[in-house]
Design a protein around this ligand. Sequence first.
Ligand SMILES: NC(=O)c1ccc[n+]([C@@H]2O[C@H](COP(=O)([O-])OP(=O)(O)OC[C@H]3O[C@@H](n4cnc5c(N)ncnc54)[C@H](O)[C@@H]3O)[C@@H](O)[C@H]2O)c1
Length: 213
Amino acid sequence: MRLTQYLRALNALDTQGVERTSSGVLAEAAGVNPAILRKDLSLLGSYGTRGVGYVVRELADHISRTLGLDQDWRVLIVGAGNLGRALSGYAGFRSRGFHVKAMLDSDPDLVGHRVGELVVRDAAELGAVVTEQQINIAVLAVPGAAAQPLVDQLADAGVKSILSFAPHVIRAPRGVEVRRVDLSTELQILAYHAVRNDLETGQGPLSGLGTEA
Ligand SMILES: NC(=O)c1ccc[n+]([C@@H]2O[C@H](COP(=O)([O-])OP(=O)(O)OC[C@H]3O[C@@H](n4cnc5c(N)ncnc54)[C@H](O)[C@@H]3O)[C@@H](O)[C@H]2O)c1
């Protein structure tokens, strides 16, 4: 999504103390074509001023509002294993408006244990926790086979946005947005590009194979 790329670039400029920027600079920082950026921003109703450009903070706030990032997002993490614990401790969520409010696990040995500021609760309490903590986003950090039943339970409890790290394909219930993050696939894509690149530049272990089919 290009708006998130613009926002990341604007936040980086803001952190560097840059107050105004041009479409060319912003497009380069976001890694997109300047004409596309200008079109996207004009669709948002945000026109840069000729000779002045865009006011960095103002535009970042405008994009944040458009993306719903000015809201208070209350996050539930399901799965208090390696990944769930790592995610719950990530400070970058809070600074972007995502507040981890609860963590669940089905393992009785983990229930009741403290992870940072949270106490792991029993997965059987899912519905009650969603209501009590007014959860609007859930993150699944559970084994693949556990993901679909949890998505269905979360949907029944009223959660409409779910991010799953589980490797299984998930059927999203009606009205629920499920996004999957699959690091293994991303790594495979990266490996594929690295091999292609080596073949094309004549470097690397497979270079002797050439690029012809
Ligand atoms: N997508 C990625 O990039 C990526 C990267 C690492 C791990 N993963 C995936 O994330 C998941 C978690 O990985 P991990 O290393 O943290 O595993 P882990 O085994 O350390 O943790 C999984 C936790 O889920 C709990 N759990 C199992 N079923 C549950 C249920 N029904 N309700 C609540 N909790 C339940 C387990 O008790 C365990 O504590 C796995 O599916 C793994 O394949 C994905």
